[in-house]
Design a protein. Structure first.
Length: 356
């Protein structure tokens, strides 16, 4: 079992102080051993070959070679799980697109609690990364919203309007580790007149808006970060804001969302369970839910409530997950109507929509 052995971690950062801080922090965690540190990409390459770490933490901005270039060279030769640890928000998603499995923002330490929260979250991410499936790929250019310029991974259905009678339909998607790329695959398969979509992706504040803007540039549908009171409509996808729970609401005029801060639920804010539970209550049978790659169990309880309320529920299969955690718990708990590979999920959703 992966959890029965020490996870060997290599810390890569150009700051000596942060390398030492991170190394000390991780060395105090049960089940994690820091086997080495490196100050730049070239030293990191040597240490990876020499020390064979299970997980690498990688600063984004480094001398000699930045994180993107390093990942482009590293992953095809040594597909080791890499977690980007950076104070920068720009290009993080490009790092994920070329092979990093996850990212975490460097802490802005205003109190001891800030450092404790960072330490806890990084430990969780390292544990997840240790069992992650590293996907070798190259960064793809973002494409404008036209069928002619659509990226290769966009399914044919994205360029074809969908016909459906049930105007009360809503789609809910939840994901964590590996989710940014997985969600992109699903969203690029949705046509411009798709039923409204709400999304919870475990992601910190400051990143969700940038991610939504990125998806908005490369999908046929409109994608935006949630604002409290946003009204849902066909062709619109709303992504939960970092540190805010996203809930579906309904009044006499239709669906809208609540975006509110709150305590963590199932270990997270935003929480997939919070979103799925609200969908079960507000939409009932007029919903389709999909739980994608991610560590832990967030979303399993909420998806089960959706299924019991009559919704059609989908779980990403193990073979295509970066981390088969959330979908596995949902499937074994009876919350999933159908398991499917990532590349088929958009088509399954569109087929269900057209039948209603």
């Amino acid at each position: 079992m992966l959890e029965d052995k020490e996870i060997k971690v290599l810390v890569v950062d150009d700051s000596i102080l942060f390398r030492e801080t991170l190394s000390k922090m991780l060395s105090e965690k049960r089940g994690i051993t820091v086997v080495g540190t490196a100050g730049d990409a070239y030293e990191a390459s040597e240490k990876i070959v020499q020390l064979q770490p299970d997980v690498v933490t990688l600063d984004f901005e480094m001398p000699k070679m930045n994180g993107i270039e390093f990942l482009k060279r590293l992953i095809p030769q040594y597909p080791v799980p890499v977690i980007v640890v950076s104070s920068m928000t720009i290009n993080v998603f490009e790092a994920l697109s070329v092979g990093a499995v996850d990212f975490i923002k460097k802490p802005t330490v205003k109190s001891p609690r800030d450092l404790m929260d960072f330490s806890y979250e990084l430990g969780r991410k390292i544990t997840a990364a240790n069992g992650a499936r590293v996907i070798q790929k190259t960064a793809s250019a973002l494409a404008p919203k036209s069928a002619a310029a659509a990226p290769a991974q966009t399914t044919a259905s994205a360029s074809t309007p969908i016909t459906y009678r049930n105007k009360d339909l809503v789609i809910a998607l939840g994901a964590s580790t590996g989710g940014p790329d997985a969600l992109q695959t699903v969203l690029q398969g949705m046509p411009a007149n798709s039923p409204p979509i709400i999304i919870t992706q475990h992601m910190p504040a400051g990143f969700t808006k940038m991610y939504a803007e990125r998806m908005n540039r490369c999908c046929a549908i409109e994608v935006k970060e949630a604002v409290d009171g946003d009204v849902l409509r066909p062709g619109l996808a709303i992504i939960a804001a970092g540190d805010y729970h996203l809930q579906l609401k309904k009044n006499s005029t239709g669906y809208y969302v609540s975006s509110r801060q709150g305590e963590r639920v199932s270990g997270h804010c935003p929480s997939v369970d919070v979103m799925f539970t609200s969908v079960a209550e507000a939409a009932g049978k007029n919903a389709i839910g999909a739980i994608l790659t991610g560590m832990g169990a967030d979303g399993a309880k909420g998806l089960l409530l959706m299924r019991k309320a009559g919704a059609y529920t989908i779980g990403q299969d193990e073979a295509t997950c970066v981390v088969y955690g959330m979908p596995m718990v949902a499937f074994t708990g009876g919350a999933v109507c159908q398991q499917a590979p990532l590349g088929k999920i958009a088509d399954i959703i569109n087929k269900r929509v057209s039948q209603q």
